[in-house]
Each structure stands twice: as C-alpha cells, then as structure tokens.
Design a protein around this ligand. Structure first.
Ligand code: MIG
Length: 819
C-alpha cells in the first residue's frame, strides 16, 4: 500500500550527458564511483544466419531479426554474447516471413522485407526503419548504449530515438494520465497504489509497449524487458524519445503500421490475445470488500432477483477465508460453502473468490507445509526465506516463476472447484507487502530455468501467479473456460486473465481516468479490462455511481466494487430514481451481450482491441490526437460517457461516415461535432450506418433464457458496410476445434432499396430458428420483401421508432427490401 522510492532507480540523466560519450555519474548506490557509459561505435562487420543478421563494432554485437514481414527485432550484446533466448511475453517469435533480403551501399546495411527496411548506418551504428516507399518511420538519435552495473552485474541499457515535432505517443498499459503521452516520462515497476492519483506512476502493471504516430503514420515499439523500464516521450528534450532499463538486454521489436490498428494487431501476434471468455463473465458483477456472512450474500442475491436487476456474479473478498489463509473457508461465516455456492448457482449467480500470493507461516496449515517441504517459497540472496507481512500476518511467497510451483499452485484450486467456485480474482500480486511495499531486490527467482533476482522477476511475478491460476483451473474444470482477474501483469498477461485497474477513488476525475485507462489498456494488448465501478475508496453520490454504471456497460469487464469502510454500494443503494436508471443500463448491457461477445471473438481471433479511441479510427485527423472522450466498443458502437456532475449536454465528435443516435434513431453526419442532450437517464451512444447489431432478449443472467430468436438492429446505409456476428457454446473450448459460427452481414441501400447478405462459416448450430430484423433509418416505406428470391407476405410499416420489422430464417442468404 505504501508507495516507496526504489533505491536503485537512476538519477535523471540529461540526454546531453548521454550523448557526450563516457560519463561520470553520481550513482546513488555506490556514491561517486565513475561509471563508464559506452556507445556502439562504427560497424566493422556483419554475418547472416537465416533471418538473423549480426553487426559488430569489433566488440559489441547487434542482432537484427526478421520476425515477420512487418516486425523486426533488435538486440544488443555489449560484449558480443547475447542472453539466452527467453521471454514471458512473446509466445510466437517464429512468424511467417515471406521474403527478406540483405543489401548494402556505402552508407548503410539494409535488411529488407516486403514492407520494412531496417537500415544500419555503418559510420555511427544508428538504426532506422522505413517503409518500402522510403518514408522513415523511426530512427536512432544516438547509438544504443549501456552502462555497467557493478553492484548487480549486467548493464543499464539505453535506446534514444528521434522525435519529430509532430509525433505523438499512445499505449503503455494502465498509466492514469492523458491518453496522448507525448511530453511525459514513465517507469514500469508493478506497484500496489491504493487510492492512486491522476498522473501517479508507476501503477500495478508493466506494459513496455508504445505506439508512435507521426503525420498520420504509426509504428510500435515493444521493449521486452522485465526489469524496471523507463520511457521518456520528448519529456526531457522535445526532439528525443528514449527508453531504458535497469538491467537485462536491450531488446525491442519494431512493429510496422501504418495504421495504429495494424500495430496493435501485430503486437498481439507476438504476445497473444485473450482466450474466449465464458459468456457469463461478460454480464454484470457485484463485488465488495467483503460480503459475509452467508446470510448477507444470500440477501444480496435475493435483492438482485427481486428488483429485477440482471447480475451474473457475486464476489467473496478476503474475509471468506480462515484467517486470510488461501484455499480455506471461514466456517463461522460460511458453514457449508458447497451448499451456498450451489444455491447461488441455482439462482443464476456464479461465485468468484479472491486469492492472494502471501501464504501464512503456520505449520498447521497444509498449504504452507506443502510449500515449505517442496521448497516452493522465495528466498533471499543469503538463503533466508523471503518473509513479509500481509493480511494473514507473517507470510512466505511462492516463486511463481518456477514451473513446478505453478503446477502445484494450479492444483490447490481443486477444492474450490469442487465447491463450485466459478472464477478466481488474483490480488496483491505486484507482489504487495505491508510496510516495504514489495520484495527486496535480492530475492532470488527460478525464472523458468533462467534464474534472476527480484529486479528481473518483479514485473512478471503477478503474471506468473495468474498464469498458474488459469492453467490450474483449466485442468480442473475439464473443458470449461476459466475466469481469472488479476491486478498485476506484464505484456502477454492477456493470455491468462482479465484485469481491473486497482484501488481507484470515488471522484469524477477518477471516472475520467477509468475511461482513459480502459482505452489505454485496450490499445496495449489488454482488452478484457474494467475499473471498480463507483470507485473503490470514498463515497460516490447517486449521480456519480450511475454515470459510472453507464461507462461500465461499455467496458469489457463490468464490476462494481467498494472498500470495506464505505457505505453500501449496490445498484439500488442510492434510491429508486437511480436504481431505475442503473437497471436500464445494466439491461442494455445484457441485451448487447451477443454484440459484446462478438467483439471478444474479433479480439481473440484477429487481435482487434475491443475499445478503440477515435484517434485509432481516424489517425490522420489532427484534433483526434488529443481526444479521449469518444471511443468505440467493437467497431460499430461509439460512446462518449458523461463524466461531469450536472452535465446537461455534451459535444461529441463522430468520425466520418453516417451515424445513428442509439436512442432516437436520428441520423447524424460524421466528421464533425454534435451537441447531444445528456439527461441522467441517457448517455451518448451512436451506431454506425450499415451496422447489424445482434440483441438478446432480456435476461436476469446469462443462460436464464435460451433465446428462440435473435434480434438484429439493422441500420440503413447507402454505402456498403460489413458486420460480424459470432456464436458458440459459450463456455467450452470447442471453438478451438472450429465448433463456432462466424457470420458476416453485408448491408447496402439506395433511395428505393436495401440489400442484406449473410455469409456463414463454422460448425456450430444454435437452437433458435429465426431472426427478427429491425430495419432502422429506411428512407422509404417498403412495399416488398424478398428473402432468397421469394416474396414475403409480411406486414410492412413503420413502428413508433420509425423501424420496419421483418422475420427471416436464420440461414437466409439474401434479403431485398424494395420501395
Ligand atoms: O490490501 O482484498 O485492490 O480490490 O478489495 C487491500 C481486499 C487488499 C486490494 C484490492 C481490493 C480488495 C482489497 N485488496
């Protein structure tokens, strides 16, 4: 909880100092010892080995690896020897490379693919990247450099790039700062930051990946280094961008664009995407620190059902455990957990429980004994156990970077799974320790056989914990999709878990930060994210809570949570008026679930981020570079949450094209701003013309009703638009064996007709037979409808919302609607 200055962090170098060559720096650890900063010198030779190219200045070597047509990796070995190939983040280094070639002229060596040329300047070892038309997208300002670390061994490693005047930057995970991060400096060191403030840095996660956007052309840099990393985006000097680390290898991936979307998709090809979540995990979740005893939990469940507010999951925070011992139950509060979980489940509620990494030092506690006997707990450099105080008192901590420990940990969930627990919430895994903040640097880790101190393992500790949890649940739950949430993480954590943004605050500024952080996480590879709706600490009033619920509908993970010392915080806690609006919006979430689920498929399968800030949609529009209110969920629904008290109206920018107001169906022209009325029971939501939006009938929880019909809202467009719709079993891994259906709709109209085509792919057969199609925005009253060539005898007329409703078989291929 306590924010602690990390002693080994470097003093702020001016980049001038870095440029002068050998430096004498006041190192905070060892006093005034002179430390030499070394730079790459002129290139003397090169060697090729397959898709790896090695350049040497006589001593230091640089590897340039062609990973794919659009991704090139650069590594530096100060004395010629590279570290062993290993990454927790990258799970697909051997991608398809079609053609690459090597070339040299007087000035440069050139490694070329179909789309990128990596140039190495022979005289000064500057590395640059350009596209196949010769446009330089990214180039070194000074050669890569390093500084020996006499205390720990290894090097501090540095890379400094040019920053053109009009370049802007995005990404970097969960930073609670303006969306465009130009002019800022950040570091990555996972930190428990209770009640964090705007611009506080670092927070809980380390995602050393950013997107540069200059004059409409984007590229990405993924600095795959688990040590404390630092990024300076033209903060210290307006024309330079630097990134550096306190250890490890200078190893980064250049990811070509030119669209931000391409960059993010390609980043996903390296680090993976989130597996398909179980459908229920996309419903509304209710959490609090803590709901206990059992009667309280049951009463909560009863309230949801009686008040008819949909809800899928109830969380048990740390008080369900016996003295905060993981994998135990407090039998006074929960005498028969299996029965309770079953009763909740009969009523449509999943039970999710919290787990912390700290294991109580207690020889009468089986988890501690097993960990001790098997030597699974972390140790200090002199072999003492790493001990620290957390909720249970004195604790030791499993070394999750050891694969045996991960297997053991995964198996510990056996009883919880037998009890019927449906999901596991991984907290405190930065790791957090009371007092000191986290582990000391000398703690040793197995690091999957690559060994390292806590300096190297700190930022991946939480990711490896949730990985162990995920993999354990996957085994124990047979073919069911595990549900995990984590607070800490490193790049690639999306393969194992969803993420919440940690201990935020009940304030209007934090509502803005929530929208910002979720957009940023989404473009940084972590789409399945959400915030504590209402704010963890402090007291929201009804208005703030309701506006947060509205934003929550459009965050991929939707959970209300609150600290133990706050007043009750359920959708009905602020009186009937608020309750009604909260219900209306939670119902909207449930109706949109098939659309939301389809967006998850696009993320899982193709690497499209779920939330897309407008700059990602129109990166060449100047004003978009700093916009942070408007974003889309998937590619068809745009929202602009209301984030100020008492706001009656809001100016909203819509990207080019035609849009419809979700509520009124009014048509709006994009490429401009509109003033939208924002009474509390509404929020600005827009749908792209041509969109086909699937909707479920209203349910109180996922699976309550097996729909006998799917409704689609079809928004008229006079240009062609594609939409995707995905279906599968909703809770198994059968989709990995192609048991799913991916549908594509193509919509195009003109003044007197509308054509809808459907294409279908995959092996899944849903139970329902028909579609109800609601046609919105038709510029004519139809008189004839043909489905697959047959004229239909359906009544055609506008309803009160100017819609025409028709029915069709789910397998239709072509619908013609004529004036
Ligand atoms: O030291 O488990 O961020 O969501 O409710 C606090 C109690 C520990 C921090 C989490 C919060 C959770 C709380 N936890």
């Amino acid at each position: 909880m306590v924010e602690k200055e990390n002693k080994e962090s470097l003093p702020e170098f001016s980049i001038e100092q870095l440029e002068e060559g050998v430096q004498h720096v006041n190192n905070p650890i060892i006093g005034l010892t002179p430390i030499e900063k070394r730079y790459l010198k002129a290139v003397k030779e090169y060697v090729q080995n397959g898709n790896n190219f090695y350049f040497s200045d006589g001593e230091a070597r640089v590897e340039v690896r062609v990973v794919s047509d659009e991704i090139i990796r650069v590594r530096l070995a100060p004395h010629g020897t590279f570290l062993e190939e290993f990454s927790y983040a990258v799970n697909n280094l051997d991608q398809r490379v079609t053609v690459f070639s090597f070339d040299e002229d007087e000035v440069f060596y050139k490694v070329k693919t179909n789309t990128v040329i990596c140039k190495i300047n022979k005289a000064d070892f500057h590395i640059s990247f350009e596209d196949n038309l010769g446009l330089i997208t990214n180039e070194d300002q000074i050669p890569m450099h390093w500084e020996e670390n006499v205390d720990f061994g290894g090097y501090y490693v540095f890379c400094t790039k040019k920053c053109p005047a009009n370049e802007n930057f995005y990404g970097l995970g969960d930073k609670p700062s303006a969306f465009n991060i130009k002019g800022r400096r950040f570091q990555n060191w996972n930190t428990d930051t209770y009640s964090f403030a705007r611009d506080q840095d670092p927070l809980y996660r380390s995602i050393p990946f950013y997107i540069g956007l200059n004059e409409g052309v984007a590229y990405g840099i993924f600095f795959d280094n688990t040590y404390k990393t630092h990024f300076d985006f033209a903060h210290q000097e307006h024309d330079k961008t630097s990134f550096w680390a306190d250890g490890g290898e200078l190893q980064y991936y250049y990811i070509h664009g030119p669209h931000m979307m391409d960059v993010v998709k390609r980043y996903h090809t390296l680090t993976g995407t989130h597996p398909m979540p179980a459908q229920w995990t996309l419903g509304y979740h209710q959490c609090r620190w803590s709901y206990y005893p059992e009667s309280k939990v049951k009463n909560l469940a009863k309230n949801f059902r009686e008040r008819k507010i949909p809800c899928d999951a109830i969380y048990l925070d740390i008080d369900y455990m016996d003295g905060y011992r993981c994998f135990t139950w407090n039998k006074k509060y929960f005498p028969d957990p299996k029965r309770m979980v079953k009763e909740l489940s009969d009523d449509g509620f999943k039970t999710v429980v919290i787990i912390d990494p700290g294991i109580k030092v207690d020889d009468n506690y089986w988890v501690f004994r097993e960990g001790k006997e098997n030597k699974y707990f972390c140790r200090r450099s002199d072999d003492y156990f790493m001990e620290g105080h957390v909720w249970p008192g004195r604790c030791q901590f499993p070394d999750f970077t050891n694969p045996d420990v991960r297997t053991w940990w995964g198996g510990l969930f056996k009883e919880l799974v037998e009890v019927g627990v449906a999901g596991v919430w991984n907290d405190m895994n930065e790791p957090a320790v009371f007092g000191s903040g986290t582990f000391p640097n000398d703690v040793r880790h197995q690091y999957d056989g690559h060994r390292g101190s806590h300096r190297k393992a700190h930022n991946v500790y939480g990711m490896q914990m949730v990985r162990a949890t995920y993999e354990g649940l996957k085994k124990l739950q047979k073919n069911k999709r595990p549900f995990t949430i984590t607070r800490a993480g490193y790049s690639g954590v999306q393969r194992y878990s969803s993420v919440w943004t940690g201990d935020n605050l009940a304030s209007w500024d934090h509502l803005k930060l929530a929208a910002l952080q979720c957009q940023r996480l989404s473009v940084s590879g972590i789409s399945f994210c959400g915030t504590d709706i209402g704010g963890f600490t402090g007291e929201p009033d009804g208005e703030l809570f309701t506006r947060w619920i509205q934003l929550g509908v459009f965050t991929p993970f939707m959970r209300a949570h609150s600290a133990g010392d706050t007043r009750e915080r359920e959708p009905w806690s602020f009186g009937k008026d608020y309750e009604d609006i909260n219900r209306k919006f939670i119902e909207l979430r449930y109706r949109l679930l098939p659309y939301i689920y389809s967006a998850f498929w696009e993320q899982h399968r193709y690497g499209f981020p779920i939330l897309r800030p407008v700059v990602m949609i129109e990166q060449d529009v100047k004003l978009n570079l700093h916009r942070e209110d408007e974003f889309t969920f998937g590619d068809k629904i745009l929202i602009s949450p209301v984030m100020q008290p008492g706001q009656k109206s809001k100016v909203v920018y819509l990207p080019k094209g035609k849009w419809y107001d979700y509520w009124s169906h009014d048509e709006l022209e994009g490429g401009m701003e509109h003033t939208i009325q924002t009474p509390l029971d509404s929020m600005p939501i827009f749908v792209k013309a041509g969109a086909v939006i699937p909707e479920w009938p209203l349910m109180q929880y996922v699976g309550e009703i097996e729909p006998d019909e799917i409704k689609f809202q079809i928004y008229y467009s006079d240009y062609e638009v594609n939409s995707f719709y995905y279906e599968d079993h909703g809770d198994t891994f059968a989709y990995e064996q192609d048991i799913y259906t991916e549908k594509k709709f193509v919509v195009k109209g003109d003044a007197a007709s509308l054509n809808i085509k459907q294409f279908s792919e995959g092996l899944y057969t849903p139970r329902y037979e028909t579609y109800e199609l609601k046609l919105i925005g038709l510029p004519f009253l139809p008189s004839k409808v043909y489905i697959d060539g047959k004229e239909q005898q359906q009544e055609l007329g506008f309803d009160e919302l100017k819609r025409v409703i028709i029915k069709a078989n789910k397998n239709f291929r072509n619908i013609e609607i004529l004036k």
